[in-house]
Design a binder for this molecule. Structure first.
Ligand SMILES: [Zn+2]
Length: 203
């Protein structure tokens, strides 16, 4: 019995047999030129390294102040969760919850799932329920909005700077780096390679 692993181009739906790649190579669709997948050469180790770093930065971003404001003689600072809580108590419940979900909860769950999948694989064994985890990652992807949040903060910083002295906090810098690290982790993460490592359930 042969297993024909055909893949479809996500741009033009051309069905093709995945080409063999040399380390570091990229497979492109012969019809439309879209990137199909990249060689898995060391991509799992890379994704794991980015994921671990992102988790450390998530901690920094959540437990240190995002920014401090100096108005006259008084100084106030807030962390991300205290800002979300403030929105909640100021009558913007939906916004507060949305900020918390898109900038704290979803990115944390995403990175923990990637750690759950990648760490055991790098040690040479398959953790249970990988297919569920990979599906979960796909569902969560559109809900992770660290970049949007960062943009929002920068806009409000420039506005606030006219009224008060704004002191950027550790969390703000952490968010900037986190944004880059999460993108790097996601782009080195190669679900196809992981699917290929799974035993076939329905032979
Ligand atoms: Zn194509």
């Amino acid at each position: 019995m042969t297993h024909e692993h055909l893949i479809a181009c996500h741009e033009c739906d051309l069905l093709l047999r995945p080409p063999e790649l040399e380390p570091g190579g990229v497979a492109r669709c012969p019809r439309c030129g879209a990137t199909l997948f990249k060689s898995a050469h060391r991509s799992q180790e890379r994704a794991l390294a980015f994921t671990v770093s992102a988790i450390i930065l998530l901690l920094l971003a959540n437990f240190f102040p995002i920014m401090g404001l100096q108005i006259g003689g008084s100084y106030v600072s807030c962390t991300l969760s205290s800002a979300a809580l403030m929105l909640y108590h100021e009558g913007m419940q939906e916004l507060g919850i949305l900020v918390l979900i898109t900038t704290v909860i979803v990115p944390t769950v995403q990175m923990l799932i990637m750690l759950y999948v990648l760490l055991p694989l790098s040690l040479g064994y398959l953790p249970p329920r990988i297919p569920d985890m990979l599906r979960m990652l796909n569902i969560l992807r559109p809900w992770s909005m660290v970049e949007v949040f960062m943009l929002g903060i920068l806009v409000s910083l420039t506005k606030l700077a006219a009224m008060a002295t704004v002191i950027p906090g550790i969390a703000l810098w952490s968010f900037a780096v986190l944004m880059v690290l999460m993108t790097a982790a996601m782009s080195s993460f190669n679900p196809r390679q992981i699917w290929l490592q799974l035993p076939l359930e329905n032979p």
